[in-house]
Write a protein that binds this ligand. Structure first.
Ligand code: C2O
Ligand code: CU
Length: 513
């Protein structure tokens, strides 16, 4: 009894002290005290290995989001979130055209949803809270009917506080498999989920429960993470063709991947679409939420490195594929042709509508409540900020001080309020303008829900190779033109896939009727 009273008095004193410090504490700006998201690992179960789950049409699968402890390569476990306790979440593989029921349960203490990124699902299952569904409250269930009309690599992630929930581990891959002819040899497929974590001391840098932060430039990490670990290693036979299904699950960072040691690198697909033909390449750039299928031909000995090699900054090894010298040498049969043939037909059919398609221009904008302390402002921005150090300019910015917006250029209206409408079956040329004149110009990966599009040009220059995409990286000071196939009825979101920009208002809606 007595010790209890002393303990309560101590708690009270502590509370008073922290409140006083929060209000009167030193510092250039009197920020209101923020509630920190719990980092305690007491009683939290540890993560389990990522599973591969094959879902037949008509099947149901249970998926839960819950806190787990996981070691993302720090040498000790920290508190994270996992789908079914896994980081990344289970790899779901389903046949093209199938419908599966995902019985989702929220076992977090905060609301969440699941968004099937790039999958042209029915609007009711798109996972946008307040638009397609109410957020799934802690302890509640929601059943998603996921229909997959397109073959390719997709991802699923929350659509509530992505800056926090996705960063803590809620992201998984969905692979939709098209028909595979008996005479086609499929390379071994390996899924790679790329991420970066911002580590401070021995934990991930704190999140505020009441508001996102770092919204000016986004939360760039200082540690790379591949499939939930600090590095990744695989094996393959000499000469073997290996198919990498790569997803960028970072909040803000774009990756530029290189594969030193490979005897051949072929780009097979970008986002949810195959290229009309495999294209030999030296590097692959992936903005947040973008995907690529890359085929690597193994050398006869040694191995292949997977590196992040952005121009102008130090490159880093993310993982490696080692030649298994005991395995017999393989002759590369080339990439299976079926998906490319189907893509070529569908891309050509859409491109025949490009010229006559009406155009609309969306303008990216930045509004600051007060000047950024110590920020040099515009000048000539790099087209892409490949890395951003965690600093005092970016750190404290919140949606209260920084507003990122998408405007309809013709009317200057915010796309969250003035919602354009398009007829189902029509094609629209959407021009996305990212002015260099903004107070802080930077690249934005712009993502459209529910539809697919082809990138026609960046700054007037054609951008081969083409594929069906759902996200386009618009470098600072450039204009991207995309051809959107308005195929899926509903009201859909368009937004920047830098999580912190989305939280700061960089979103809008459009309707397909
Ligand atoms: Cu992957 Cu609206 O997002
Ligand atoms: Cu952005």
């Amino acid at each position: 009894m007595r010790t209890h009273r002393i303990a309560s008095l101590l708690v009270l004193a502590l509370l008073l002290a922290t409140t006083v410090a929060g209000c009167l504490g030193p510092g250039p700006r009197k920020a209101p005290p923020h509630t920190l998201v719990s980092r305690s690992i007491d009683g939290i179960p540890s993560s389990t290995a990522t599973e591969v789950v094959r879902l037949a049409t008509g099947s149901s699968y249970r998926l839960a989001a819950r806190p787990v402890t996981h070691d993302p390569g720090l040498g000790h476990p920290i508190r994270m979130f996992g789908y079914n306790g896994q980081i990344p979440g289970p790899v779901l593989r389903m046949p093209q055209g199938a419908t599966v029921s995902i019985e989702f349960r929220n076992e977090l203490t905060i609301p969440t949803t699941v968004h099937w990124h790039g999958v042209r699902v029915a609007a009711a299952f798109d996972g946008v809270p307040g638009q397609s569904q109410p957020a799934v409250e802690p302890g509640a269930f929601f059943t998603y009917q996921v229909t997959a009309p397109d073959e390719g690599v997709f991802l699923y992630h929350p659509h509530v506080r992505e800056d926090l929930q996705q960063e803590l581990g809620l992201a998984g891959v969905l692979v939709v498999e098209g028909p595979r002819a008996a005479n086609e040899t499929w390379p071994a497929e390996r899924v790679l989920v790329l991420d970066d974590l911002l580590v401070e001391g021995d934990d991930i840098a704190p999140f505020w429960e009441d508001t996102p932060n770092r919204v000016l430039m986004g939360r760039y990490g200082n540690r790379f993470v591949v499939n939930g670990d600090a590095t990744w290693e695989g094996n393959a036979a000499p000469g073997e063709r290996v198919r990498l299904e790569i997803v960028n699950a970072a909040n803000a960072r774009p990756f530029r991947l290189t594969f030193p040691g490979a005897s051949r690198i072929e780009l097979i697909a970008l986002d949810g679409g195959y290229l009309a033909d495999p294209v030999e390449t030296a590097s692959v750039t992936l903005a947040p939420s973008e995907r690529a299928i890359v085929d690597i031909a193994m050398p006869l000995s040694g191995g292949v490195e997977i590196r992040n090699s952005p121009p102008g900054i130090a490159s880093a090894q993310l993982g490696r594929l080692l030649v298994d010298g005991s395995a017999p040498m393989r002759i590369d049969p080339g990439a299976p042709a079926g998906p490319h043939r189907r893509a070529a037909d569908s891309l050509a059919a859409a491109m025949s509508n490009a010229l006559g398609a009406p155009a609309t221009t969306w303008l990216l904008d930045l509004q600051l409540k007060e000047p950024l302390p110590g920020h040099a402002g515009h000048g000539s921005p790099p087209p892409i900020e490949w890395d951003v150090p965690d600093d005092e300019v970016n750190g404290p910015t919140t949606p209260d001080s920084v507003r990122w917006l998408i405007l309809d250029k013709a009317t200057a209206a915010d796309l969250r309020e003035a919602v354009p409408s398009y007829a189902a079956g029509s094609y629209v040329r959407v021009v996305v303008e990212n002015p260099a004149s903004l107070e802080h110009p930077m690249q934005h990966p712009i993502h459209l829900h529910g539809q697919r599009f082809i990138v026609l040009t960046i700054d007037g220059q054609p951008t081969p190779p083409q594929s069906w995409k759902d996200t386009v990286l618009v470098p600072a000071g450039t204009t991207a033109t995309i051809l959107v196939e308005m195929s899926n009825p509903g009201t859909w979101m368009v937004h920047c896939h830098i999580s912190e920009h989305l939280e700061a208002g960089m979103e809008g809606y459009f309707t397909v009727t």
